[in-house]
Design a protein around this ligand. Sequence first.
Ligand code: BT5
Length: 260
Amino acid sequence: MNESSLKKSLSKINLGGLRYFDSIGSTNDEALAWAADGAKDFSLVIADEQTHGRGRLDRKWFTPKSSALAVSLILRPTAPMRPHLSRTVGLAALSIADACLKLGLPTQIKWPNDILFNGKKLAGILIESVWTGEDVDSLVVGMGINICKESVPPLENLQFPATSLEDELGESAPKREDFLRDVLSAFLARREHIGADALIADWEEKLAFRGHQVQILAGSADPVTGSLDGLESDGSLRLRDAHNKSIIIRFGDVSLRPIA
Ligand code: BT5
């Protein structure tokens, strides 16, 4: 992938702007600065390599050269989108899942921000925001997607097993820029309907560990355990405890773990 092959593949996508880097610290950092500096809606930052790619809680996200997609999409919420901003992580996850399904790979979404294939992490999402006073001025949707085998970190660096499109599809794995085109087209199509019940239904249908016992860890708080039931209309997670009572898990820096 280089800037010109990227522009060719994305020629039919209506981007607000595009910044391509051979190497960068983190595309999310660049996108946050660009958003604060007036980037248009649906502007994209993309890099061939990240030297300080970030996950949540400043965990490291591994993006070696010429192997993965590291992109950050800037969204400027319109009035109809504003009540549904908490669904954005689901929108991004479903867009990646749609593009995978087009390749014949049915993926699952590990709430809140991971895309899994066969129980292994294929992609992660990091959403950050720029505020003006009490209003969200823009959102930055960071997506890291493992395309080539080299993008998968060594096992000892992982809390969860990982995979790549090449590991799953071999030689028929797509080029990075072509896969990105499919993710962005799916994102645009689904964004039109971000407030619809269907978005939650589609997201719920793809939830990993549904009906299974899971544990939710949030900072130093005691872990919460229950059976994974589904989603609330804002995208919060609903568990059922041993007495069949609902427990609602709001977004935040929480981690979900299946209980064997
Ligand atoms: C995430 O965090 O999964 C969000 C990752 C978002 C990365 C994108 S790349 C473009 C944009 N620019 C950035 O700087 N970030 C975004 P989290 O759920 O906290 O998972 C982080 C954990 O995933 C790490 O602690 C590792 O265990 C694992 N990990 C790191 N790199 C990985 C990779 N390439 N594939 C699979 N797992 C990985």
